[in-house]
Every structure is written in C-alpha cells, then in structure tokens.
Design a protein around this ligand. Structure first.
Ligand code: ARG
Length: 448
C-alpha cells in the first residue's frame, strides 16, 4: 500500500488499546501449542518471554507503534521477531488475525463490563445514601412537568435506583454473551491442528468456547449487547441529569450542586451552571450514535470476516470512555448535592397536589370517583381563581361544591397524602423504608 492508503487502513492508533489482551491471548495460545506438541516447549518459552518483555516495553513507554504495520497484532508480532528472530513466526501457527481480534475484543469487553458494573453499583449506593439522609423530605411528583401529587424525595431517587438496577442486569447479560472463547476458529473454517480449545478458554477465564468457526470470526453481537446496554444506561443518566438541571435552577431551587460540579459564566458574574449534568445529558448522543453505527456496520455483511469489522472498535472505546466517567460524575453529583427540603415542601404545598386526595375523600363518603373528580376539578378552579390553597378555603365554600365535605377535610395535607399511599411500590414512609432495606440488600449482589 502507498502512504495514503496505509493511512486509510491503519487501526493501530486506536486498537493499541488491546495490547494487554493480545499478549495474554498469545501466551495462552502458544502454551497450548506447546502442550499439544505443535510447537516445542523451548520455542514456546522463548516466545512467552519475548511477549512479556514487549508488555513491559509498552507499559514502560519504550515501544514504538508503527502505522505501516497496520494494527496492534502485527506491531506486537513484528516486535517479537526483532527480539527473538524467526522463532517468533511459530506463534501464529493455527491462528488467524480474524480469531485473534475476536478474542482480544471479547477479553477487553469482559474487563470493561466489570468496570461499568462497579461504577453502576457505586451510583446506586449514592442514590440510596442520599435517599436515606432525606428520608422524609416531600416534594411534588410531576406528570407533564406539572405538579401532580406529593411524594417522598427518597421515592423519587429510588425510581432511578430501579433503572440502574435493570442496567446492571443488562450488562451482566452482555457479559455472559461475551464470555465465549473464539480462538481455534482460524480464518473462518477451523484449524487442521489438534488444538485444545478448552485449555485456552480455561487459561483465559472464559466460560465456554464458540460452537461455529464462521460465526465466531464474524460475530459482533456481544458488542451490540454492550452498546445497547450502554445506550439504555446513558438514557437513564440523561433523564437524571435533566432533573438535576431543573432542580438546581432558581425556578425550582430544590437542590444546590456542590461548587466543584458547576461552573461560572465568562460573562455573567451571577451564574452557576450545572455543566456536568448538562454534559452527562449531552454525551448520551454519542453513546446512542455508537450503537447505531455498529448496527449499520453489520447490516448486510456477508459471512465471515470482512474488514468492515475493524470499524467496530472506535465506537466501543468511545462508549467505554463515555459511560464509565458519566456514571462516576453522576455519583459525585448525587453525593455532593444539597437538598432544600423546605423549597420542596413549599412547592408541594403551594400547588393543588392533594386534589386527588380530596376526590378520594369524597369517594370514601360514598360517591363514585368520576363524580368526585368533577367536583374537585371545579373546586380547584375556584381556588386557583381566588389564589387560595385548599387549606385556606372555608368549610362553607367546600360545602358549596358538595354537602359531603366536613371539617375533617382540613386533616388532609401533603403529609397525609404521602402516608396514605401505603400499597407496595407506593410512596408512604413505611413502603419507602422497606424499599430502602431491599435496596441495601440488592446492592450486595450488584457486582457478583
Ligand atoms: N485490524 C483488524 C480488525 O480490527 C484485524 C483483523 C484483520 N484481519 C484481516 N484478515 N485483515 O478487524
């Protein structure tokens, strides 16, 4: 290839990140070749020693990556030649770069899923802690971004705890599907050598070996699984980030972010912007894009390996580089945020968030819910026009709307509203305390 085509085809500037997996995989491969009598033990030992030195060279910053050698695999193989001479050529016996790259990326993906799981679990921890320290704080719950019914702030946070719990399940499932060892598939058809594929799988900590060599060298579903679990998780982060942006605005004033998580404006001296939350929300775009990109790469690709597959990696790396820090930044923001319980309570009380409770009150006095709904709807309109809260209306006023109203109507409050929702999954303190206990217990198994 001439210079410009080399530049077009090269991947080492990003796939160098697989060097550790590549070397560990090669060592397992050559150990197996030696065990099976395919390569002499002394040659295998030379190769292993050379590979270990290369790893040290890379980690010590003494390794020069060469674009003309295309990718991480060729760079390491050439360096092995430079170190130990032609014996290096035995390493690639019974192996193709097609099953080699599949192995490396699977190993890499398994490793990063562990990182994602631990960041996700940490975020769930922070949500539970924040919920526990603000256990009885009440704020309005919203529908259509209109104040709807009072809920506990802890209940609101635990909704995200649930979402991130499902993310943990999805990443664990992705890890199971990644945990398949493809080496031994050769270029596409398998290998004529008496390989011990199980040995390689065990050595590298894989749960099983691939069943079909053609599938093994062309399968990237496990990256799709990772990308799609990441996409759902990024959407969850984005929704939470958006609430943080809203809550920290002066319109809401529900929370104050830690200073270290906001930034000032270069022009407006009074500003304190929730940049980290906005970035978390914004970075969702690239994570979703990386998923779509991979789908598009695979669509219409004939079996088996095609060079298109080289395009799977940058999106994978980018998603990893985005999702882990986003989870960590979110954890820090949750931990550092100050909750203004009075602002939250005022927002719940200065709205008609107990209107449903008043309708339910009438239902308990014997009228059908639909009718009660109509009565309270008119009452609500009246109170809005007068600029009064429900608690400020006189009993006679209530009675103008229904004779069923009695002085016990004044016992209703945002507190009684929350307390009354004592069904499993509801927002009463008893339910939320139970949910917090369950949450604590499920944290124990997040990273199992
Ligand atoms: N750099 C390639 C990739 O990432 C490695 C596999 C190349 N295989 C081949 N037959 N050209 O997919």
């Amino acid at each position: 290839m001439d210079r410009s085509t080399v530049d077009y085809a090269v991947s080492v500037h990003f796939d160098f990140r697989l060097y550790r997996q590549d070397i560990t995989g090669s060592i397992a491969h050559v150990s197996m070749l030696s065990n099976q009598g395919i390569v002499q033990e002394s040659d295998a030992n030379l190769i292993i020693k050379g590979l270990e030195e290369i790893r040290e060279d890379i980690e010590g910053g003494r390794f020069t990556w060469r674009n003309d050698l295309e990718d991480v695999h060729m760079n390491i193989e050439r360096s092995l030649f430079d170190k130990i001479g032609s014996v290096a050529g035995m390493l690639h016996t019974a192996r193709s770069r097609n099953d080699q790259v599949a192995l490396d990326v699977r190993m890499y993906t398994k490793d990063v899923i562990d990182n994602v799981l631990s960041s996700l679990s940490n975020l769930r921890h922070k949500l539970v802690e924040k919920a526990e320290t603000n256990k009885s704080v009440i704020l309005p719950g919203y529908t259509h971004l209109q104040r709807a019914q009072p809920v506990l702030f802890a209940h609101h946070l635990l909704a995200y705890f649930e979402m991130f719990g499902r993310d943990i399940e999805r990443f664990k499932q992705a890890k199971c599907r990644t945990d398949v060892m493809p080496l031994g598939s050769g270029a596409l058809a398998g290998s004529p050598y008496p390989l011990d594929r199980e040995f390689v799988a065990n050595t590298l900590g894989f749960g099983s070996i691939s069943n079909n060599s053609m599938d093994a060298v062309s399968d990237r579903d496990y990256i799709i699984d990772f990308q799609s679990a990441s996409a759902v998780c990024a959407v969850h982060l984005s929704r939470l980030a958006d609430e943080i942006v809203l809550w920290s605005s002066s319109e809401f004033g529900f929370i104050t972010l830690d200073e270290s998580h906001t930034s000032g404006s270069s022009m407006m001296p009074q500003k304190n912007n929730p940049d980290l939350a906005e970035l978390t929300r914004g970075k969702t775009g690239r994570v979703l894009g990386n998923l779509v990109s991979l789908f598009t790469i695979l669509k219409g690709l004939p079996l088996t390996y095609n060079r298109d597959l080289q395009e799977d990696k940058e999106g994978l790396f980018d998603t990893v580089d985005t999702i882990v820090p986003s989870l960590n930044v979110m954890s820090a923001m949750i931990e550092g945020m100050d909750v203004d319980d009075q602002r939250m309570r005022d927002a719940a009380e200065n709205s008609q968030s107990i209107a449903t409770d008043i309708a339910d009150y009438l239902v308990k006095k014997g009228i059908p819910f639909r009718e009660a709904h109509g009565i309270v709807s008119e009452l609500s309109l009246y109170a809005s026009e007068k600029g009064s809260k429900f608690s400020e209306l006189a009993l006679e006023t209530y009675r103008n709307f229904s004779p069923l109203f009695d002085s016990d109507v004044f016992l209703m409050s945002v507190d009684s509203s929350v307390e009354s929702r004592n069904v499993p999954g509801g927002t009463s303190l008893t339910q939320v305390e139970g949910a917090l206990e369950n949450a604590r217990a499920s944290l124990e198994i997040d990273v199992d």
